[in-house]
Design a protein around this ligand. Structure first.
Ligand code: HEM
Length: 112
């Protein structure tokens, strides 16, 4: 059976598995990332998790590697270190890795 996307039949995308590396949900990311302004369902502390898929191509596609909702992080490592709130624990685990392990994690994220 051919599924429809936006009313158009696109057989090429049927049954394709993608790994977006996001839950696409809103998360309270803590005070440092908060803008204190609500936006539809998101309160002033919440941001939507963007897909990390393709993040390694940012420089090629955009000519820069600025990340997060306001582009304040210059690279993946800075983006992780801005995580707070619900993601504070994950940031702590990142900070507790050895330098070599952190490099490996960043290399992995940039390979997505
Ligand atoms: C090892 C674990 C994690 C890694 C490597 C990671 C990596 C990243 C990166 C690189 C970004 C920037 C993406 C972009 O701007 O396009 C990002 C943003 C974000 N992450 Fe994570 N993350 C991790 C864990 C988490 C957890 C546990 C949560 C939530 C509970 C979370 C929620 C978010 C949200 C909401 C954003 C967007 C924040 C904003 O735009 O200000 N992340 N993450």
């Amino acid at each position: 059976m051919v599924k429809t996307i936006g009313g158009t039949e696109v057989p090429e995308v049927v049954n394709q598995l993608i790994n977006p590396y996001s839950d696409f949900l809103l998360h309270d990311m803590g005070e440092d990332l908060a803008d204190h302004r609500s936006d539809f369902l998101a309160n002033g502390f919440e941001w939507r998790t963007p897909p990390l898929w393709g993040i390694g191509l940012l420089n090629i596609v955009n000519g820069h590697t600025f990340l997060l909702h306001d582009g304040r992080a210059r690279d993946v490592e800075e983006a992780i270190l801005w995580h707070g709130g619900e993601a504070e624990f994950a940031k702590g685990r990142f900070k507790n890795l050895t330098k070599e392990e952190r490099k490996k994690l960043i290399k992995f994220v940039e390979s997505l």
